[in-house]
Design a protein around this ligand. Structure first.
Ligand SMILES: Nc1ncnc2c1ncn2[C@@H]1O[C@H](COP(=O)(O)OP(=O)(O)OP(=O)(O)O)[C@@H](O)[C@H]1O
Ligand SMILES: [Mg+2]
Length: 385
């Protein structure tokens, strides 16, 4: 297997759109790396450049130690499963899957074994004699994956390969991909929009925004220590609450609470008293407390707000509570964090399934200083990294 290296890779389309800007990234040999980011941020473009389907405007792509920037797609030994895959309509499932093997001269017996194994992995055994037109969208997508798997290429590129599957099949196929990747120890760069997929499937998650790399790290690192406010808002579901705040002595003053910081933490923050910042709190970081608790005690603060929306999911619930706008204006927050109007002036809070919370009723919550993520109001970077 092989590493995939982007060295200062930029892609400008003929119409002037810069889809990828100076991308430096290494997907290590045998690694499963997940590429995420909003629609249009350049994920498919990045993959297509590795596959050789798009020319690179600047920089190099190095595969398994070889500069493949100018090499044709067929000379790269890479299998790509597309967002919009295409199967050969006149061939059966089995023929579609074995096509590449027949071309490269693999023996009939070996081909049959590989196709059978891949079909079993993907739950396609009973569909091998069908034509694509006789398959559902999800089944076709699995055939497209099977076609990539049987080739045993140096690296796999997958562009939302599960997007057409129903929820149950998606979970099942996701686990199969993870197992397969571990068994083959294949290098895989995998694009998804799915938060759960991003956080559970990969060794590393790579976040892009508007053609630029934001952060690459283990899922836990991105979740616990996002490099900037954009990654903070993008990773995690429901999204982290982000509000304008200011620092005042040893506390962060949010629109709804004054949350104390430890002395050590305050000392390490390079902020003057009164200076604005963006504070982030995950919905899971709040605790319900009895009303009448003191506003500040030790390292935590309590506050009360009225429940406007309550979503009970069975094992837990989420409440939306209206709050005052913070000191950073909404447009600036949107620019830095990629948030939208709907996310302002509302706090999303996770509650236990048995919560007494009710729509229209006040709810008292506690928040620990340790749960606050602090970002620069000037450029959005994490102030504590
Ligand atoms: N052939 C093209 N010519 C001009 N611009 C293009 C072309 N293909 C893509 N783009 C633009 O490049 C940017 C990146 O597109 P890309 O398809 O890589 O996004 P993506 O991250 O895969 O998005 P999605 O999640 O919607 O699939 C977008 O702004 C898109 O409009
Ligand atoms: Mg895409």
């Amino acid at each position: 297997m092989a590493s995939i290296v982007f060295e200062g890779v930029t892609k400008r389309y003929p119409d002037g759109t810069e889809a990828v800007t100076s991308l430096d990234l290494t997907v290590h040999d045998g690694e499963l790396a997940i590429l995420v980011g909003p629609s249009g941020c350049g994920k498919s473009t990045a993959l297509r450049m590795v596959a050789g389907l798009e020319e690179v405007s600047d920089g190099r792509i190095v595969l398994d130690g070889d500069d493949v920037t100018k090499r044709s797609p067929s000379d790269r030994d890479i299998a790509m499963v597309f967002q919009n895959y295409a199967l050969y309509p006149h061939m059966t499932v089995a023929q579609n899957m074995s096509f590449a093997l027949r071309l490269n001269g693999t023996s009939k017996a070996d081909t049959a074994t590989k196709v059978r194994e891949a079909a079993t992995t993907l739950g396609l055994e009973r569909l091998l004699e069908r034509k694509p037109a006789q398959l559902s969208g999800g089944q076709r997508q699995r055939v497209a994956m099977g076609r990539a798997i049987v080739r045993e290429p140096k690296a796999f590129l997958m562009d939302e390969p599960l997007s057409n599957l129903d929820a149950k099949l998606r979970v099942q196929t996701r686990m199969e991909i993870a197992r397969l990747q571990r068994r083959l120890r294949s290098t895989m760069l995998y694009v998804t929009h799915d938060q759960v997929e991003a956080m559970t499937l990969g060794d590393r998650v790579i976040v892009m925004r508007a053609g630029r790399l934001q952060q690459a790290g283990a899922p836990g690192e991105l979740f616990n220590s996002p490099a900037n406010v954009f990654v903070a808002g993008f990773i995690g579901s429901p999204a982290m609450n982000l509000v304008g705040a200011r620092i005042e002595q040893d506390a962060v003053v949010l629109p709804f609470a004054r949350v104390p910081l430890t002395r050590e933490r305050r000392a390490q923050l390079d902020l003057r008293d009164g200076e604005p910042l963006i504070a982030g709190v995950r919905p899971h970081a709040f605790r319900e407390v009895a009303s009448g608790a003191p506003a500040t005690s030790g390292d935590s603060a309590t506050f009360t707000a009225t429940v406007e929306v309550l979503e009970a999911l069975g094992a837990e619930s989420f409440a939306a509570l209206p709050i005052e706008r913070g000191v950073v204006d909404d447009a600036r927050l949107d620019e830095l964090a990629g948030t939208s109007e709907a996310q302002h002036g509302m706090l999303t809070v996770r509650l236990e399934a048995v919560s007494p919370a009710a729509v229209g009723q006040p709810l008292t919550l506690a928040l620990d200083g340790a749960a606050l993520h602090l970002f620069s109001a000037a450029d959005g970077r994490n102030l504590e990294r």
